[in-house]
Ligand binder design. Structure first.
Ligand code: GDP
Length: 297
């Protein structure tokens, strides 16, 4: 299926209602705006985001001068496009590297969102950029998670530091960083424990690991299938531990778009990468303008 196909179709019905008109007015835009609102809500965009989006598009669409040769529906598409790009943060948010190596990236996320996969994908991505990487397995609650990371590390040719499940995550992370420094590693990616739900123990452990490793990036991995819930998670983690951005996974699946469109506005934090598949090469930087174009079809 086409990504966000349902959203695209919903928006199309808005443009279609303007066919045959010669100007955008407060009157003839009302019904198309209701279609847009409905399409966004069905895509699971969070309500306050939908409200301010609709307000801002309405204002700009009606206030826009008629451009010769541009039909009203095309004009509305343009306004919506600009607002979508704005909503998603406008510019691509590049990964920040430490002034002096190594750069430490802390990855957090709930269980099943694709965090372990992202660790390896990100290492693979950085390796292709010419950076040497090391992965640190600080998820001590699931022995399987350490095994999985070790296997994926082998697959992408990146060493994985682990101490089993007995040691403390913050201590494992510290030891791993020492090891990485001795090998002059450029980037260290620390995998932390996920839980099924947000809980106090997870947050305090994350805070402790964060304090221990002083990361340049703290990225929360969220699943696009969870829609606006993903956006509120980004917000919660940011308030609790302070993060620098999000990685949105499973965009290849049957997701409706709510997460991609809500995260920046709800949390104030940008999406830095998106995952669109299970293969190691299926991770790419998040480009708001390309995403808007995809949505508009
Ligand atoms: P974790 O519990 O957060 O560490 O999640 P995993 O990395 O183990 O991933 C959970 C499942 O989601 C695995 O079967 C992955 O292959 C799958 N997965 C991860 N990222 C993506 C993605 O971008 N697209 C799809 N379709 N599947 C993904």
């Amino acid at each position: 299926a086409e990504m966000f196909g349902q959203l695209t179709t919903g928006l199309e019905s808005a443009w279609n209602k303007l066919r045959g008109t010669d100007q955008l007015t407060k009157d003839n835009i009302a019904e198309p705006m209701r279609d847009i609102r409905r399409a966004l809500l069905e895509a699971d965009v969070s309500l306050p985001v939908v409200r301010s989006f609709i307000e801002s598009v309405t204002e700009k669409a009606v206030g826009t001068d008629v451009i010769r040769g541009v039909k009203p529906e095309q004009q509305l598409v343009k306004v919506v496009n600009d607002e979508l790009v704005q909503l998603m943060g406008r510019e691509v948010s590049d990964l920040v590297f430490a002034k002096t190596a190594p750069t430490v990236i802390l990855l957090a996320g709930l269980q099943g969102v694709g965090k372990t996969t992202v660790c390896a994908k990100l290492a693979y991505y950085l390796k292709k950029m010419g950076k040497s990487c090391m992965l640190i397995a600080a998820d001590v609650y699931r022995p399987a998670a350490i095994d999985q990371l070790t296997i994926l590390g082998k697959q992408v040719g990146v060493p994985v530091y682990s101490e089993g499940t007995e040691a403390k995550p913050s201590q494992i992370a510290k030891n791993g960083i020492k090891e990485a420094k001795s090998k002059k590693t450029d980037v260290i990616i620390v995998d932390t424990a996920g839980r099924l739900q947000v809980d106090k123990a997870m947050m305090s452990e994350l805070k402790e690991v964060k304090r221990a490793v002083n990361p340049t990036e703290v990225l929360l991995v969220v699943d696009a299938m969870t829609g606006q819930e993903a956006a509120s998670l980004v917000s919660t983690f940011n308030v609790e531990i302070g993060i620098t951005g999000a990685i949105l996974t499973k965009l290849d699946g049957d997701s409706r778009g709510g997460a991609a469109l809500s995260i920046k506005e709800v949390s104030g934090k940008p999406i830095k990468f998106v995952g669109r598949g299970e293969r190691m090469e299926d991770l790419e930087p998040f480009y708001p303008d390309r995403m808007a174009q995809r949505i508009l079809g």
